[in-house]
Design a protein around this ligand. Structure first.
Ligand SMILES: [Zn+2]
Ligand SMILES: [Zn+2]
Length: 263
């Protein structure tokens, strides 16, 4: 039995990077006290894979959505997203949002896609997992225009400033930090992590990407959410157990997971 219970709110455990040793990754994760994860969608082609990963295991949930910078042969409607997400192990819509770091998908297309995702989330009463990179103004504006307070959501892998964080907090969103909060040069991001109200704070890995220090540059895995949590606990003057307890309770609440029945 591990000493703590953590929830990795965002990882891509179905990706090919885990094909060789996925069961070992699940084993290490549970051994480290990471009991729950959400396996996040970036394209609808993953849907069956994500669904069967979640159906076969305790503590694994999934989302439905298309990443803002992903080329998609088919652009789903609100109804299509709702139909795919109507499953008791599906706890969120996304990841969706806006990403101008690479102009892979045109901004207009990203915006239309993001609006569709928020509308589906509102209809289902599920939160949106928001990916926002180098597009703070555009992302926050769409969120406000689409009335995102109604469904809530998570600013995943948060990497922006306090102004963006507080605007998202005002709309009732949670702020989730990933491995980049541990990087040596990211003092400003650690300050944001110290300032987010405890009840809005979440932790994630975004595995296989963005492994925290001391694994930086290697393949990330849900086990390492412990290192993310340890870093944030440090800057907030909390113990790891306190930080784990609070962020896990926040995640269960945000995803609407009933801890009694655990489904
Ligand atoms: Zn993302
Ligand atoms: Zn992701």
């Amino acid at each position: 039995m591990a000493d703590i219970s953590l929830f990795d709110t965002h990882c891509h455990i179905d990706f090919f990077q885990f094909d060789e040793d996925r069961e070992a990754v699940f084993g290490r994760m549970r051994g480290a006290g990471v009991d729950r994860i959400v396996a996040v969608s970036v394209e609808l082609e993953q849907h069956e894979r994500l669904k069967s990963l979640a159906e076969g295991r305790e503590g694994v949930w999934f989302s439905v959505g298309i990443h803002p910078n992903h080329d998609s042969a088919h652009e789903p409607t609100v109804d299509e997203l709702c139909a795919l997400a109507s499953h008791d192990r599906c706890v969120a819509i996304g990841e969706s949002g806006m990403d101008f770091f690479r102009h892979h998908v045109e901004p207009e297309m990203q915006q239309a896609r993001f609006r569709t995702h928020i509308r589906a989330a509102r209809e289902l009463g599920k939160p949106v997992i928001v990916h926002m990179r180098d597009a703070d103004e555009a992302t926050l504006r769409v969120m406000a225009e689409e009335g995102m307070e109604a469904c809530g959501g998570i600013m995943h892998c948060f990497s922006s400033d306090w102004n963006a964080a507080s605007r998202a907090l005002d709309m009732g969103l949670s702020i989730s930090f990933s491995g980049n909060v541990t990087f040596r040069r990211n003092d400003a991001l650690r300050e944001v992590a110290a300032r987010v109200p405890l009840e809005a704070l979440l932790v994630e890995t975004d595995a296989p990407y963005l492994a925290p220090v001391p694994y930086r540059g290697k393949r990330n895995e849900p086990t390492y959410v412990r290192d993310v949590a340890e870093c944030i606990a440090g800057v907030r003057g909390m113990t790891l157990a306190e930080l784990a307890g609070a962020t896990t309770a926040n995640a269960l609440r945000r995803f609407g997971i009933d801890i009694q029945g655990e489904h």
